[in-house]
Design a protein around this ligand. Structure first.
Ligand code: HPA
Length: 255
């Protein structure tokens, strides 16, 4: 079953037919919100609002361990992480999508592993050469193509601590590092999913030019909100198509 972790401004989907909500507890505490079990394009999905249903949890306070653990306990196999980002690469204008294939983690002080002292886990070191699941990435790319969206088919997602946006100097440095898009929630989410053996991919949507880019002197929150409105309208078609493709891939009919 697919799960969708919804990000800023994308915490709800009108097409989701809700069947039940489940408040879950994990050994790591409470997830950001109740898990919402429902159907999208007839297929079962579990939805989790990353920032909470009222969007009250900032990126550095999200209990990523509880979120991924809860999804795994719900017998989810794939996790589609929806993330709003700032565009650094010239192709990532506001309103464009990206399906990153690499990441750089600039966050600090977050609980970023299940491998703790005294835990039963032996996965202290884990290969992370491929942070994103190739199958789910391929479905995202095909769905974006079919929907006629503008998108970057690969790219490096730089994850900052937030909640503040970056300075132009920080973005310049990230660009020199090879970062194409900047967001605040991609880690440790991607790595925790990896530790749990979940197939995880990020569908990133640019909602602004990163600081100092796009010829703009500052980032305006009202402009971000406008872009988000457009994305919320276009996202369901893309998600529905991803789900249909996953179903076909699994030999299941989603008709
Ligand atoms: N920086 C960091 N995170 C973001 C941005 C940004 O410019 N836009 C959306 N999420």
């Amino acid at each position: 079953m697919l799960s969708i972790i919804g990000g800023s401004g994308l915490g709800r989907f009108p097409d989701l037919v809700i069947e039940r909500r489940e408040v879950v507890r994990t050994p790591y505490g409470a997830p950001s919100a109740a898990l919402i079990f429902g159907r999208l394009a007839e297929a079962p999905v579990v939805f989790l609002a990353r920032h909470g249903l009222a969007h009250t949890i900032p990126p550095h306070r999200i209990n990523y361990r509880a979120n991924l653990w809860a999804l795994r306990e719900a017998e989810v196999e794939q996790v589609l992480a929806i993330a709003t980002v700032g565009g650094i690469h010239a192709d990532l204008a506001p309103g464009h999508f990206a399906v990153p294939d690499q990441l750089i983690d600039y966050t600090w002080g977050r609980e970023m592993t299940y491998a703790e002292y005294g835990s039963e886990s032996t996965v202290a070191h884990l290969d992370f050469s491929h942070p994103y699941c190739p199958t789910l990435r391929a479905h995202c790319l095909a769905a974006l193509e079919a929907a006629g969206e503008h998108f970057m088919a690969r790219g490096t997602y730089g994850v900052t601590q937030g909640p503040r946006l970056e300075t132009p100097a920080e973005i310049e440095r990230m660009a020199r590092d090879g970062v194409d898009m900047v967001g605040m929630t991609g880690m440790p989410e991607a790595y925790l999913a990896h530790e749990l053996g979940l197939c995880y991919a990020t569908l990133a949507a640019s909602v602004n030019w990163a600081a100092g880019r796009g010829g703009l002197d500052e980032i305006r929150m009202e402009a971000i909100a406008e872009i988000q409105v457009g994305l919320v309208a276009r996202m369901p078609a893309v998600l529905t198509d991803i789900i249909r493709r996953l179903g076909e891939n699994n030999g299941l009919s989603q008709a």
